[in-house]
Design a protein around this ligand. Sequence first.
Ligand SMILES: Cc1cc2nc3c(=O)[nH]c(=O)nc-3n(C[C@H](O)[C@H](O)[C@H](O)COP(=O)(O)O)c2cc1C
Length: 357
Amino acid sequence: VVPALSLREFRTPDQWAAAAQRLLPHHIWTYISGGAFDELCLRRNRWAFEQLALRPGYPREAAPVDLTTTVLGSEISLPVMLSPASQQINVHPDAEAATARGAGDAGTLMIVPFSVGERLERTAEAATGPLWLNVYHDNRGKTQAMVERAAAAGYRALCVTADNPMPFLKEGDRRAWYLMQFQEVRFALHEDPFPDLTMPMRALTWDELAWFREITSLPIVLKGIVTAEDAHLAVEHGVDAVFVSNHGGRMIDAQLATIEVLPEVVDAVAGRAEVYLDSGIRRGTDAVKALALGARAVGIGRPWYWGLALGGSDGVRTVLEQLREEVAAALRYCGCSTLTDIDRRAVTTVQRTPAAL
Ligand SMILES: Cc1cc2nc3c(=O)[nH]c(=O)nc-3n(C[C@H](O)[C@H](O)[C@H](O)COP(=O)(O)O)c2cc1C
């Protein structure tokens, strides 16, 4: 773990990633960083952000920039949340507890993953900010027990992953996964004493989602929606938020970037649910592009994971603080001082990239 002072030496996403890569065993690094198949979607997520440009606006009144917003009623001090990412025990001994503290100390929210090194109750005890629980649906009995435990432990919403319809390993992970079995990896599903070594298998159907609505009064976020059709169905089935995500390019390779599909999802939802986006957010300007196109907040995955690996809760907090500065600067340059000031006029598609670039 890198001392807190030197954490601030990492400024760019590439510096964080390179330092994490140096620190971690190769197969763990592969598991975190890789995408599916040829990594087309992983690259497209970045490429698509690069095709959009902000439209600055000056001069404007120099009011201090206010980044606070709410997500399903929870106040967060910047519009960047921690998307759920499993296996944190592989990169830091304090795992989810450290991540939860880092998120809370930076004034934002963590979505606690389903496969963890720490029980959901213990993560809740360590947390300094709001938590949502990520759910991979299995059989109803197991899922309901988990949902009830989450509600009792103070989790404020369920984030149900939709984009994992079958067990699927990225090619790079076949070896990584194999190696992880032989490590002291406590890969479990919030169970004690960690009996379950497999991920849930059951595909989520719209009927099962309707059942979720029956068993809990917690708000439901549906994560992994990338088309207008599914966004429409999600709202019809009573979800409170649609999370536009392609799992950071980790699921099926041949698909568009999330920032490309965001406008159609926002239009289909038509204000009936909150909309968030993740997959490829690396800079404050990326976040502002997504907010301009209608996301209420964004999520990051790999960037906070690098922070966790390098500095536990301090690392997670430092990554978030850097993003906070960048989001505030991007808003200010677009002539906005609050998140409600920003709309589609703030972004434009690049028509022609100069050859020199
Ligand atoms: C190591 C790792 C594990 C992940 N595990 C989960 C998970 O358990 N559930 C889930 O819905 N998404 C999972 N994701 C996807 C993230 O929630 C998120 O959608 C993605 O990382 C966002 O893209 P980014 O990494 O480019 O920010 C995981 C991502 C990573 C990098």
